[in-house]
Design a protein around this ligand. Sequence first.
Ligand code: FES
Ligand SMILES: [Fe+2]
Length: 353
Amino acid sequence: MYPFKTNRTLVRDRWYIAAFSHEIDRTPMERTILGLPVVFYRTEAGKPVAMHGICPHRYYPLAKGTLRGDAIVCGYHGFAFAQDGKCVDIPSQGTASGFCQPTYPIEERGPLCWIWMGDAARCDPELIPPYGDFGMDQPGWRTSSLNYFHLRGRYQLLIDNLMDLTHLPHVHSHIPGGEAMSRMALREIDDNGPYQLVREGKLPWTPFSDLMWGPDTRYDGLATFESHTAFYGPELIRTGMPIFTAIEGHDRVPPELGVLHIMHGITPETATTTHYFGFSTRNFRLDDETLDEFQLNSDRHIRQQDADAINAVEERLETAVAFQRELLVRADAPAVKIRQKVQAMLDAEGARA
Ligand code: FES
Ligand SMILES: [Fe+2]
């Protein structure tokens, strides 16, 4: 299935963001992940639980049930399942049963809950992307603008979108400087860490920079900057605002020009739909709620523009692919490289299955 050689397109042996932490509470919530319905809730002690979301009795959604202590009680005939999935009550018989409903490991880290739905033998929390890399939950950094989007498009379309910034002046035409961003020299770093793309270019000060860094940091002339994109896996990509390295006519870059990472959590819902978790981290203006507000709204608007483009592509993707081959150009090289990396993950999982 496009864009892969295999029909199986979902990589299962990854930690995916299942939910923002605030979405999971004492009211059961269902979300389909990797094609399977999962019910989420918290125990009385506050621990998140992820359990297969369909009752094994008559297949009623468990999310329509209620919580009794740490167990979830099905809303149809009252079967109860403990947090580890054990069936602890069948009211019509007045007994428990030996049955165990599947549950999934879930790791809560800061504002994110990660789920592992792959091979249990390979599950290792160390495989969660390293927060230190993007300032999450780190001293001197602030996380903001948590935004959730539902995409009516396959996850690979979002990866393609993020790896190729030539869409900036077209999809996000309200952002000044997009033209420059889309024509920059590209350098890739492909060693043992995440696959990284570094774009280098020059930008004049724009009203957008004013809003982001504040009018005190305004400059004349051109600034040299780098923009980094890092692919941690199909589940997480980091992009960001430009990092200024030099400003024409200035001896140094004003310290107020800090780093803002824009994070993209990508969780397949089904083979053709995706949960998109957006958030940002920054190391400047930490207590500035005006910036939080600006960032939240700007980010919501920008990500929605990408979501709209992806939804439009998916709508007729199968017929489009059947009609003609895609016309790939130089700017597509990083996205194609990522496809190869993901294909290799799929092949490895296929070989183990
Ligand atoms: S369907 Fe859940 S108890 Fe019957
Ligand atoms: Fe975009």
